[in-house]
Design a binder for this molecule. Structure first.
Ligand code: ASP
Length: 332
């Protein structure tokens, strides 16, 4: 009860700051017909966002504007990750993303809503906001995933502008890489800004978004887990959502995000589900140089995260208050 009271106090303060009617913030929990199981959980009151890495702090802040305003989770997740895609300083998403070994930036992205609708693009070039192209694939086509030049053509047909996504910083990193041409992804470094973001709105709707330029200096044509529904991202409104970061090949081999959600369906908490999914990777393949982190939320306001190695963290926003949290890990 104390939790609930604290939540209401924090949410009311946040509503005042945002100039909102506090009643809007409590809509999901105050309307008994909406969802009894959510309403009965003392922790749940809607308004929950989690996202990978420190960059998630600004992504969550943007996503929270939509959630606090009573908007849809799907709009919140898209708005949140767009901030990271537009950041030219980040090394792994959108502008300034690390190129492949031919010097070109290729993008992998997907989005999924509370009804199970999903869209994605992979191996797409020249578009600053692949998440919004993925949203168009979801909303405007009968398909789930478009690739390469087809995805780019589709984006242009939808009014997206093209531009060179390399920056002086990413071009310099590529020039340096050419000196040795060694392909050796560095744990927690080259993937640092890939963002997976999950949100639950005030009506209890869950959605997720995942967007990256993938591994630095990958083979041309390589597609990772991030645009693959079930691997980089999965959402089921009856249960929860999960997203992944790290070496996509390991996530794809274990269909990681789907696995986490299904483990939650079977009764595990988000934390226990992330741990089990990581442990399966650890049990099946050498992980000395392999980092994977999972992040998950259920539909009752609980979150969890777990990684193979130290260094993975995530931003969590609950009732408008955001914390950066270090994930626990399997190996010291
Ligand atoms: N999972 C991404 C990939 O393999 C990279 C990352 O999330 O760090 O492309």
């Amino acid at each position: 009860m104390q939790n609930r009271r604290n939540f209401i106090r924090r949410a009311a303060a946040m509503a005042a700051i945002l100039g909102l009617d506090p009643a809007r913030l409590f809509r999901a929990s105050d309307e008994p017909q909406k969802n009894e199981s959510l309403r009965n959980d003392p922790l749940f009151a809607g308004g929950h966002i989690i996202s990978t890495w420190e960059g998630g702090l600004v992504a969550n802040a943007e996503a929270w504007k939509t959630i606090a305003g009573g908007g849809y989770a799907i709009d919140a997740v898209e708005a949140g990750v767009r901030v990271i895609e537009a950041d030219a300083e980040g090394g792994s998403v959108g502008i300034g993303g690390m190129p492949d070994r031919t010097g070109r930036v290729t993008l992998d992205t997907c989005i999924m809503d509370h009804t199970g609708n999903a869209g994605g693009v992979c191996f797409m070039e020249d578009i600053v906001h692949p998440i919004s192209v993925a949203r168009k694939v979801m909303d405007e086509t009968p398909h789930v995933l478009l690739a390469g030049s087809g995805a780019r053509d589709f984006a242009i047909s939808q009014g997206f502008q093209t531009r060179d996504l390399t920056t002086p910083k990413s071009r310099a990193a590529y020039e340096k890489w050419l000196e040795t041409q060694q392909y050796k992804p560095i744990i927690n470094i080259e993937n640092h800004d890939t963002i997976g973001l999950l949100a639950q709105d005030m009506e209890g709707r869950l959605s997720g978004a995942c967007t990256t330029s993938g591994l630095a200096f990958k083979l041309r044509g390589r597609v990772g887990d991030s645009p693959i529904i079930g691997s980089g991202l999965y959402v089921d409104n009856e249960v929860g959502g999960a997203t992944a970061t790290g070496l996509g090949e390991a996530v794809m081999r274990t269909v990681g995000s789907f696995l986490v959600v299904e483990l939650m369906r079977g009764g595990l908490s988000p934390q226990a589900a992330c741990e089990e999914a990581v442990n399966r990777i650890v049990a099946r393949m050498p992980v000395d140089q392999l980092q994977v982190g999972y992040l998950a939320m259920d539909n009752k306001g609980h979150a969890g995260a777990f990684a193979i190695h130290p260094g993975f963290n995530y931003a969590r926003t609950l009732a408008g208050q955001t914390d950066l949290i270090d994930a626990a890990h399997a190996i010291e």
